[in-house]
Design a protein around this ligand. Sequence first.
Ligand code: ATP
Length: 523
Amino acid sequence: MQMELHTGIELAVALTRQTTLPDLLKTATTQLENAFGLTRCWALELDLSGRTLHCSDLAETGEFDCGDFSHPFAHLLQTGKARELTRAASYRLDHPGFQSLMEASDRPKSLWLEPLKGDDGRTLGILVLCREASDWDGITAQPLYRGLLHLLKHQWIAQLQSRDQVWQRRLLKRSLDNLHDAETLRKRSETLARTLVGPSESMTSLRAQIVRAAGSQLSVLVQGETGCGKDVVARGIHELSDRADGPMVVVNCAAIPDSLLESELFGHTKGAFSGADQAKEGLLAQASGGTLFLDEIGDMPMALQSKLLRVLESRQFRPLGAQKEQHSDFRLVAATHQPLRQSIEDGSFRRDLFYRLSQFPLQIMPLRERLDDLEALSRHFIRLYTEREGAGPLGISSHALRALATYDFPGNARELRNIIELACLQTPAGDDIQPEILRLTDMFPGLAGPETHGAVACSSDEQVVSGTEDIRDLKAAAQAFEAAVIRDRLRQYGGNRAQAAESLGLPKRTLAHKCLKYQVAES
Ligand SMILES: Nc1ncnc2c1ncn2[C@@H]1O[C@H](COP(=O)(O)OP(=O)(O)OP(=O)(O)O)[C@@H](O)[C@H]1O
């Protein structure tokens, strides 16, 4: 009796010391084997779904489907009653997992199958006791056996509960993290909405994408018609990124002559070419730690595209005339109003560079397709005007907003801004902008869409001459004519600037400049 008590206490201490369920089951089965002279003891654990018993000691075959009655455990779980199984009976069961359990137990003469349930009736699993004798009552009736089982069940439940708690804590943490992410996303989108204005669905979704893009290091390609806000988007990405304290270097690839673009980007050593009397750091190097914004990337010459691709792959580059390569840790944002896929087909843009640039593609819808943004944008531009000029109109009338909504804004938000600023100039401080002040069609008639083409916008000499009596401002009329011709020519060549420029006897860059100036969209 004394001995049994001593053994019982030792076993209990060993069981209560285990901190994981596998350790607990391992300790319990070893103790049962030692204390009762078993040849083997197995613990099978019921999984959370309650459909499968697992025996981790039987690596590959240790899974027992609770609905499969070709092994004895399904029946045992159903009845909930412990029972003996003889070696002879075991041969009749052809379940492969059960047969490997028998093999691993050296085919004992008798098995005792003991289902284990918690006090709440929840089934925990099964103990399988193996032995060369059939006298199970001699063991199962012992207080030590009953006591051990009781303690095992208690500890088993404690382990499951702590596993549940860990799981719950993890779930809670994950939900909190998600909530936190969503909250951060919402706050950043709100901040962005102060500079990238517009309540439309497409603007709201664009802001959310910008916040996501800003949180990554992926190269971003911003596409959209001229004047639709690509520059604002690029700045938003930089300012919301963890590089916000670093530089944002902006390069307009269309504005720098081809011959200079490479040395501007890569920099050069002293004497690298005639005229290079000073070494100059390139824009790639200046952008290190920050963001490099390559605007109008579609205008980058082919030879430079290959070099840029190499830089993007390694962030290494060699200034002109230099022996050594340099490293620059910049994040790239590129933008274009050109349909780059078309340029790839035409052979004027590298496909591999396109894919490198557009790891995170962003598309800005033209203003005419998101008229929901008109009012907010107009008020935003009025506010900017009054802040800058110190005075100006109070707002804009609903009639004026309706008038704006009838216009198709080929120059997008930039054109709206110009229209609003001109209207601000003509509206007395404290008044609202009225529709008659808005110069939607007469600033650049050629830009206002086919239905508003006036005489000046037509390309026929006769019509131009016949419309001259209306002209009050020769410079504006000449510009309008120029814009209309460019617009028509671009239409004729399906938006291909190179062909349009050639047909007008203009360098491509001059045409690009004029398109920017007159807000001429490609098609
Ligand atoms: N959603 C917007 N919210 C506030 N301002 C905007 C928005 N979109 C454009 N703007 C304003 O419109 C003008 C033109 O925008 P931006 O220069 O970003 O256009 P872009 O697409 O880069 O033009 P381009 O094709 O000529 O490079 C800027 O004054 C800019 O601040």
